[in-house]
Design a protein around this ligand. Structure first.
Ligand code: 6R9
Length: 650
């Protein structure tokens, strides 16, 4: 198969000013190269260990790793107590911004007392280390308090995105046999309270069909919207009547480095959800290390904002464990970016002086669609570093992000990683790496990745191949909950002989050995034997000045194997000239990639189906394009987009 290559792009060397103050230097790569395990041991010492570890890595039971063998630590102590003990108790940990306009500033000392109270309550109802707790909550401070209180007691949390359906919650509760479910009465969605506990009641059921493992449902009062809230006596308790009544003192106990910290079910896949298992010492080491270097975080000075939801791995690692283990001050925003209007994010940046801003490309493209007048109406000069995560960022969005949000100078870290990797794996280091718009550039110091063909041979520059991780890393998943066979099959069987982790993403190097992630390999289309990545075609389409967003899929085609079908959203104020626009777009793809990549069909639509983590559900678009019944839509933010899409599709 031949492969397509995108046009060369410009590069952005770090400014001298940024480099002079950067946490990272080029020597970090050398140190990691010289002795990888010693390098990771050094990073692990960023944390406070109750008992020191011996061996850095035990890989004898591969692919299940043990990192920092014999070490004992408390994850919550590392995220909270130690900052208070170091005299930083008055520092704000969380500037919480509620959707209706309420807000709370929570210092590290306050966080410590909240977490301690929750831990005391969890203990009082009989939970002990190793038990599982499901957290089904919107972005309220108690969600983070709950996660940290679980960590403090060695309870394994399983956060379930509050936008998921009752059915999705039930299957996750059952799979993990959670004893406690924590939720809220309701959640704010686009300015209005929407029920949430209702979904918990539906999920857990009653009588014979009741979820057998669940003993208690702990409810935080958030919206107070329902005077007749359904209440199951003996099972349901209010946070304010229980947790708030507890003592604010709690002595944390240390747990083994390999003690399970959390489960996180991967979303959007068909079949039974996979509960990805993460453990304590290695995970926290990588969370802490990457937060410090990739975001160039300066304690006591920076204000960090990660726009992810806690229901997503990015919310775990870069809203909770990475920032808090580094004593950071961060923003937690409850709502949608256009509530009450499109200025919301920029008002928050301006008000709190956000310095580091980490979001998904889909949000950047949404901002582009709204137009630059909106960010331009605000003073965003505090922003000094930008980050992108979740999907390949198209060069157009990258440039806009740097120019409009980053004042033409903020470095961008395009961070590639996965639920399974636990923390950032491939990314530029700000102040060190010369970046290219759209490329995640290179594996971080201490991380090893490579791109290979079907047989595991290295590919040459320009050739597409599979992204593999050829050496274990501290935050790697330790398994799929309750399913060791599936764990091996899913990640370790593709390159079993070599013992490599198969990431499921396609990638290529360019002539400068910069690494370009091209999206999931199941998103790689095969048109007449040419391997074309959906993201490259999407990138070409959004390169057209009229297009805000694009989603591309390969639909079954009798003659070419697959035919390219595109769905595009136009920018605000752009007129749909029909055939003329479609012809222009096809020409654009032809010029940018190759005539082979010209879409067979282009549909102009008002919305695209997305998960809350910002990933376009291409599987569902494929169903539409191939005229099938829609598959599982439970993980979509707004399943009604399909009516709009179908009505526009001729
Ligand atoms: C953190 C997160 C993982 C998948 C991954 C890849 C895509 C994430 C990316 C990226 C290109 C980036 N992905 N970051 N693709 N460039 N910077 O997103 O985890 O939800 O498990 O998704 O997301 O396809 O395999 P998760």
């Amino acid at each position: 198969m031949t492969s397509t290559t995108a046009h060369p792009v410009e590069s952005f060397p770090p400014s001298e000013e940024f480099a002079a103050q950067a946490n990272a230097g080029a020597e970090l790569y050398d140190r990691a190269e010289a002795d990888r395990l010693e390098f990771w041991a050094e990073q692990a010492r960023r944390l406070d260990w109750a008992d020191d570890f011996g061996e850095v890595l035990d890989w004898s039971d591969a692919p299940v790793a043990k990192w920092f063998v014999g070490g004992r630590l408390n994850v919550s102590y590392n995220c909270v107590d130690r900052h208070v003990a170091a005299g930083k108790g008055d520092r704000v940990a969380i500037h919480w911004v509620g959707e209706p306009g309420d807000s709370r500033d929570i210092t590290y000392a306050q966080l410590l007392s909240e977490v301690s109270k929750a831990a005391n309550y969890f203990t009082s109802i009989g939970l002990t280390a190793g038990d599982r707790v499901a957290i089904y909550m919107p972005m309220v401070p108690e969600a983070i308090v709950s996660m940290l209180a679980c960590a403090r007691l060695g309870l394994t949390h399983s956060v379930v995105f509050a936008g998921f359906s009752a059915g999705a919650l039930r299957s996750r509760v059952d799979d993990a046999e959670a004893k406690l479910v924590i939720t809220t009465d309701g959640q704010y969605r686009r300015g209005k309270p929407a029920p949430l506990k209702e979904a918990v009641d539906e999920a857990l059921g009653t009588g014979d069909g009741a979820a057998a493992s669940v003993q208690k449902v702990l409810v935080v009062r958030r919206t107070n919207h329902d005077p007749d809230l359904n209440w199951v006596e003996g099972r349901d308790v209010w946070w304010e009547d229980t947790v708030d009544e507890q003592s604010a003192a709690h002595e944390p106990e240390a747990f083994d480095s390999e003690h399970p910290l959390f489960l996180l079910y991967t979303s959007g896949t068909t079949g039974k959800p996979k509960g990805i298992v993460h453990t304590s010492g290695g995970y926290l080491t990588q969370a802490s290390y990457t937060f410090h270097y990739v975001f160039d975080h300066k304690e006591g000075r920076d204000v960090f904002w990660c726009g992810a939801d806690i229901g997503w791995v990015t919310g775990h690692t870069y809203l909770v464990y990475g920032p808090l283990s580094n004593g950071a001050t961060e923003i937690i925003y409850e709502g949608t970016p256009n509530s009450p209007d499109e200025h919301r994010h920029f008002e928050v940046i301006e008000k709190y002086g956000v310095t580091i801003y980490y979001i998904a490309p889909t949000l950047i493209r949404t901002f582009m669609k709204w137009g630059r007048d909106i960010p331009d109406a605000h003073d965003l000069s505090s922003v000094r570093l930008l980050g992108s995560v979740g999907e390949p960022i198209n060069p157009e969005a990258w440039r806009w992000f740097r120019e409009v949000i980053g004042g033409g100078k903020a470095p961008i870290v395009d961070t590639w990683w996965q639920t399974e990797t636990g923390g950032i794996m491939i990314s530029p280091l700000p102040g060190v790496t010369t970046t290219k718009p759209g490329s995640a550039m290179a594996p971080l110091p201490g991380i090893s990745a490579t791109i290979v063909d079907d047989n595991g041979n290295p590919v040459s520059a320009g050739e597409q191949g599979y992204l593999v991780l050829d050496k274990p890393w501290p935050a790697m998943l330790r398994g799929i909950w309750g399913d060791p066979v599936r764990f091996k099959e899913t990640y370790w069987s593709r390159f079993a002989e070599q013992g490599w982790y198969f990431a499921g993403d396609g990638a290529r190097y360019d002539d400068d050995h910069a690494l370009w992630v091209l999206g999931r390999v199941d998103d790689v289309m095969n048109v007449s034997g040419h391997r074309i990545s959906t993201s490259e075609v999407e990138s070409a389409l959004v390169g057209h000045s009229g297009v805000a967003e694009a989603a591309v899929i390969g639909a079954a085609d009798e003659t070419t194997g697959q035919g390219i079908v595109a769905f595009v959203i136009l920018r605000e104020g752009v007129e749909n000239t029909g055939e003329q626009l479609i012809a222009e777009l096809r020409r654009q793809v032809s010029i940018e990639i190759s005539p082979i990549a010209k879409p067979r069909e282009i549909n102009v639509v008002p919305e695209l189906p997305k998960t809350r983590s910002g990933k376009i559900m291409r599987r569902l678009l494929k169903d539409v394009a191939e005229g099938r019944e829609l598959g599982d839509t439970s993980t979509l933010v707004d399943p009604s987009v399909f009516e709009a899409i179908r009505s526009r599709k001729s």
